[in-house]
Design a protein around this ligand. Structure first.
Ligand code: TMO
Length: 317
């Protein structure tokens, strides 16, 4: 059954293609990276399955989420479908400016990646979510490893949040400790929550966490582009990164510059793909809460959203 409907889609595509007199897609596989947070892994399989519906082959490679932008420039990776402004904006915009990566689409999802705490921490540290209030009770977040400084539990290093630069820029009494994985972040959150122990850790939205824990992001001085590039910007005249991450940040799709020419049919689909906040949160939830394997989670999302992705696949001239 599945093969029949797939080939039907492929046929209507081929027909539209020939009617338009356009070029056919290359038979080379489209290389998609797999990163280390769950919505991305599930979404990569969703995007992969959609690309297969255009008659293309896909291949997945596990890739560092910063190095991937260089890999795209070198033609080793073809498509990144979750470019988070907070984590990857700097790396992404650099390769777009260089002309080797195309800013192919912007999802409706609005993102935020930031220091975060579960609500009970407000009783331990009054004045939150203001960063100065957090800093004033830094020692309450200390661990044997960091004392007398507070511990900020950051994500894996490749998410490159510039937390250490921010701690320095804002002269905070915190030490940044990187978790080895996203799962390690959630395990520490679960354990601290059970004991109502102080914790401040990296989190983001959309994510499955917001469905399970009540909590808030720390409010740092508001993000502005100059903050990351220009030391003189902001409250510390000598240091960059003396501000928070973007609120309402973008989530984009980037492709290697040769993509539109090599896979023109696939590229039309890519430009139509559009995930909302709820989509990304559900992708994370299917993996992290429902413990589904990425492929099965992707199939579930596709089954639940058929009307939408069918319009994404419709050829437009
Ligand atoms: C890129 N991330 C969503 C983990 O911040």
């Amino acid at each position: 059954m599945r093969n029949v409907s797939l080939s039907a889609v492929a046929c209507s595509f081929a027909a539209a293609l020939f009617a338009a007199g356009a070029q056919a897609d290359s038979s080379d596989p489209i290389i998609i990276p797999i990163h280390n947070w769950s919505s991305q892994v599930v979404g990569a399989h969703i995007v992969g399955k959609l690309l297969e519906k255009t008659g293309n082959k896909v291949e997945f490679v596990s890739t560092d989420s910063q190095v991937v932008y260089t890999s795209m420039c070198e033609g080793d990776v073809d498509l990144v479908h979750e470019v988070w402004q907070g984590a990857f904006g700097v790396a992404f915009e650099k390769v777009v400016a260089e002309g080797c990566v195309i800013d192919a689409a912007t999802h409706d999802a609005k993102t935020r990646e930031e220091w975060w705490y579960p609500d009970y921490v407000e009783e331990i540290c009054p004045g939150l979510p203001d960063w100065k209030a957090l800093n004033a009770c830094a020692s309450k977040f200390a661990t044997p490893e960091t004392e007398p400084k507070g511990r900020f539990l950051a994500g894996p290093v490749d998410w490159l949040k510039h937390d250490a630069e921010r701690v320095e820029g804002l002269k905070m009494n915190f030490e940044v400790v990187n978790a080895g994985s996203a799962a390690a972040l959630w395990a520490e959150l679960a354990s601290a929550s059970k004991r109502k122990a102080p914790i401040v850790l990296f989190n983001w939205t959309p994510n499955f966490i917001e469905a399970i824990y009540k909590g808030k992001f720390i409010e740092f001085p508001a993000y502005a582009k100059g903050c990351r590039e220009d030391p003189s910007w902001g409250i510390n005249p000598d240091k960059a990164y003396d501000c928070g991450n973007p609120k309402g940040g973008y989530l984009k799709i980037g492709v290697w510059k040769g993509f539109p020419e090599k896979w023109p049919v696939a590229y039309r689909l890519v430009q139509n793909i559009n995930f909302t906040n709820l989509d990304v949160a559900i992708m994370a939830k299917l993996a992290d809460v429902d413990n589904m394997e990425p492929e099965a989670a992707a199939d579930k999302w596709l089954a639940d959203n058929e009307n939408r992705w069918k319009t994404w696949l419709k050829p437009t001239s």
